[in-house]
Each structure stands twice: as C-alpha cells, then as structure tokens.
Ligand binder design. Structure first.
Ligand code: AMP
Length: 138
C-alpha cells in the first residue's frame, strides 16, 4: 500500500481545506476531529507523508508522540476529563478511513462512552470553541 497525496489530511496540511487547529510545529499538526466520538476528540498528524504506523520512520513517530503527549495534557484539562484514550487505526480492515498517519486523542470522563467512529458531524462553532479551550492550555 502506498501513500496517496489526495487524502483529506494531506489537503489540510497543504492548506487546501480548513481545520480547527489546536497546535502546529515544524513536524506535526493537531486539530479537532469533525466527527467527534467524545467532547474534545482531536487528531495529531505528522507533516511527513506516511500512510500508517508501519511506514512511518522513527523521527516521524517520535514527533507525533511528543505532540500527542502535549495536546492530550491540554485536552483533558480543557474538557475537565478524568483520563484519555489514544487510538490509531491501520488500513480499512483495521478501521482506518483516512490514509495519512494520525493519532486520535479522546478525553474521557468517568463512565463516558464513545459515539460511533466517523459518525456524526459536529457543530463547527462548538469545535472552534473546544479548539480554543485546548489551545489556551497548551
Ligand atoms: P480513521 O478512521 O482512524 O482514519 O480516522 C479518521 C478520522 O478523521 C475520523 O475520526 C473522522 O471523523 C475524521 N475526519 C474526517 N474528515 C475530517 C476533516 N476534514 N477534519 C477533521 N477530521 C476529519
């Protein structure tokens, strides 16, 4: 399986489509998931093209994980969550729908359950508000 530059996250990285940005550095970008499974659901992507976990090099993986740690810490505070999950899907059989490596950050409150993966589109005003809350705590 090869990397296809027409995927939606590559378009976001090229600035061709918008996102609710939380954090950006030289190697990574973090933004809100538009179909959140829980409040504050966000995604971390590397700028380097890789399809999934298996074709990413060590440098890419370390940058993605460091940004995940930074954004998760802010997201759980911003959402007043008690913990969080990180999720990462590979290939269609593994649940992946966008073929550019990404880590899901899911802030979890005690007893919370997840909505469907790639389920319902959230209100953009709410996503913008949550992105700001998380940004403010970075
Ligand atoms: P996966 O199924 O692991 O590949 O996850 C892809 C995620 O991207 C899903 O949770 C979708 O809700 C989310 N998603 C799809 N399109 C966009 C978009 N334009 N901006 C932000 N998130 C998106």
């Amino acid at each position: 399986m090869t990397y296809d530059t027409s995927n939606i996250f590559a378009k976001i990285l090229r600035g061709e489509i918008p996102c609710h940005k939380i954090y950006e550095d030289e190697h990574t970008l973090a933004f809100m998931d538009v179909m959140p499974q829980v409040d504050g659901h966000c995604l971390v992507v590397p700028k380097a093209p890789s399809r999934g976990l298996l074709d990413a090099n060590l440098e890419t993986l370390s940058h993605v994980l460091l940004t995940t740690q930074k954004v998760a810490a802010a997201a759980i505070k911003a959402m007043k969550a008690d913990g969080f999950q990180i999720r990462q899907f590979n290939e269609a059989a593994g649940g992946q729908t966008v073929f550019h490596l990404h880590i899901h950050i899911l802030p979890m409150k005690e007893g919370a359950t997840l909505k469907a993966h790639s389920g319902q589109m959230a209100d953009h005003a709410l996503l913008a508000e949550q992105a700001k809350k998380i940004r403010d705590l970075l």
